[in-house]
Design a protein around this ligand. Sequence first.
Ligand code: OFO
Length: 172
Amino acid sequence: MLSKKIEKALNDQIRVEAESSQIYLAMACWAEVKGLEGVAGFMYSQSDEEREHMLKLVKFVNERGGHAHISELKAPNVTFKSFKEMFETLFEHEVFVSESINNLVHISLEEKDYATHNFLQWYVAEQIEEEAMARTILDKINMIGNDKGGLYLFDRDIEQITVSTAASDTLE
Ligand code: OFO
């Protein structure tokens, strides 16, 4: 059974994951209308992943005697000055999500809710991956600079970018 405090914190995280999904969906649309098909594909799948992160939390809350709360969401940014700015935003957003997960882990320990603590470890590992991936992408973007040919190759190859981290093995 979830304490009220944990239930509220998990519901706040459900909203964060849902907003993440919207943020990346807006990025996918921006990239698609700019003709960056690869970047758009990458963002569409990031958006789907965030929805899965949200659903995993929804099911966990409901299965543990709580009630997952589906709320209104903040409207995401829909335009960007450059694709570099877009990926910087993605990176900053993932850092924010990691802080939010860390805060949740902290509350689970305070509440002595070890089942929730255990459940959250998947998110801790996932955030290591997502931050590493965003950092790798930003490094590549900085290398490209204003080179149009570089951007063409980046757009072609982005969906193949995978990052292997020490946390990879713990993820499904
Ligand atoms: Fe990319 O954040 Fe979900 O967990």
